[in-house]
Design a protein around this ligand. Structure first.
Ligand code: NIG
Ligand code: FE
Length: 420
């Protein structure tokens, strides 16, 4: 029998998000019924080996019997435990902040008006270009550690505030350094097609060719996913298709910022190209959402963004009840449309504004979020043989955590069996 290095004991309620008869590489849970299966276990304990891998999960009395004097016992105090959260959509690395935009928007300026006036994404591009790698690293590290406090153990991080080869590569290097120097797991996405700079509007075709080259170089540098902002004021459906097809051809997995502001057909494009996820989807058509479900594309909802931009939220109930999509929840953490690292708040907003049930919210923030970043075989569920990425709460149940909102209820966060 394997030696048990640590025992998380005295767990009041554990949601494993897994069923014992499943394959190791878990799939998206699709539709309301499947997304309410949380694999609940009461009075549980989790045994972890010296490599930080879970060796046993079960009733605490049974698991306790297997420890010896050298085992470190961690008392969960009858609290709630679940898999480490996966935030599947962030713009983690960027320079500066944009608090001055909110008063403009509250006085009636639209998100797109701000962007057209050279503010918005382009002002963050400016600040990101001006910052050294070290400065960007410090800012991103502060944010990533805040996210970890809320139980996030895996973060997807996009480029997209460089828009030149050199600056995009600098952003990716910073995210990679963060993945190396902290225990947080990073997933890297290239998003050079995030905005068209003013001085490139005249030679747009040439700029698109340069973007294609940026995806190639960023992929070679280690970006696993390619993403494009397909929307009014950003890239057209045709431009998105061209760039994503090229990215797919060189072996990148695909994501799309789809139908956030206007229904351009981004959801349909995600289905056509077999993207891993389509994100935002506030304005996605019924047909687009059904097509995504048929193609197995994860629908990543960003309730913090619709809340902060004061827009109608994504139609999560339609996605779950009618289209039977696999829904994930993300923060979209960025300085313009979702400046908050509070993942717990995002989950509460999923409950309150997307009208998801607590079970659906937790599946969307763990298992489905892991699949949405290609980590279905390593994150998002608690099961034997998997790394022990776990969140311990000082709350008795998940409903309490979501309804007692805006507050951090996390007591400890474990990544690969260790906390900091
Ligand atoms: O996902 N929609 C496009 N991009 C980001 C916003 C970026 C910004 O405003 O800086 C988003 O919301
Ligand atoms: Fe985004």
């Amino acid at each position: 029998m394997k030696q048990i290095k640590r025992l998380i004991d005295n767990i009041g309620l554990l949601w494993t998000m897994s069923a014992s008869n499943e394959e190791n590489d878990v799939q998206l849970r699709c539709g309301a019924e499947a997304m309410r299966e949380v694999g609940a276990l009461t009075d549980a304990a989790i045994a972890i080996d010296e490599n930080g891998v879970i060796v046993e999960i079960g009733k605490k009395k049974r698991v306790r019997d297997q420890i010896d004097v050298s085992t470190e016992v961690i008392d969960a105090n009858q609290g709630f435990v679940c898999p480490g959260f996966v935030d599947p959509h962030t713009h983690l690395v960027h320079g500066g902040s944009r608090e001055h935009e909110l008063p403009l928007r509250l006085r009636g300026a639209d998100y797109l008006d701000v962007l057209r006036a050279g503010g918005g994404i382009m002002s963050t591009v400016q600040m990101t270009r001006e910052r050294s790698s070290r400065e960007l690293y410090e800012q991103a590290k502060t944010s990533a550690l805040r996210m970890r406090c809320y139980g996030v153990t895996t973060i997807e991080a996009k480029t997209g505030y460089g828009l030149t080869m050199e600056d995009e590569s600098k952003q990716l290097s910073v995210a990679q350094a963060l993945g190396m120097s902290t225990d947080i797991r990073l997933v890297h996405t290239a998003l050079p097609a995030h905005a068209v700079p003013q001085n490139r509007k005249g030679d747009r075709e040439q700029f698109i060719q340069e973007l294609a080259q940026m995806y190639r170089v960023l992929h070679a540098q280690g970006a696993e996913f390619a993403d494009v902002f397909v929307d009014e004021g950003a890239f057209s459906l045709e431009e998105g298709r061209y760039l994503l097809k090229m990215a797919k051809a060189i072996g990148m997995k695909l994501k799309i910022h789809a139908d956030e502001l206007v229904p351009l057909g981004g959801a349909e494009l995600a289905a056509e190209l077999g993207a891993v996820s389509a994100d935002h989807l506030l304005a996605a058509s019924n047909e687009g959402l059904f097509a995504m479900a048929s193609a197995g594309v994860a629908a990543v909802c960003l309730p913090g963004t619709s809340f902060y931009l004061q827009k109608q939220p994504a139609r999560a109930r339609f996605m779950l009840d009618e289209a039977k999509l696999g829904v994930a929840v993300a923060s979209d953490y960025n300085p313009g449309s979702s400046p908050s690292e509070n993942f717990s708040l995002m989950m509460s907003l999923a409950l309150l504004t997307l009208r998801m049930t607590p079970e659906e919210v937790f599946v969307a923030a763990t298992r489905n979020a892991a699949v949405a970043v290609g980590r279905g075989s390593s994150a998002g569920v608690v099961r034997a043989g998997r790394p022990a990425d776990l969140v311990l709460f000082e709350a008795p149940n998940p409903e309490y955590i979501l309804t007692h909102y805006g507050t951090c209820h996390v007591s400890r966060v474990f990544v690969q069996g260790k906390d900091m």
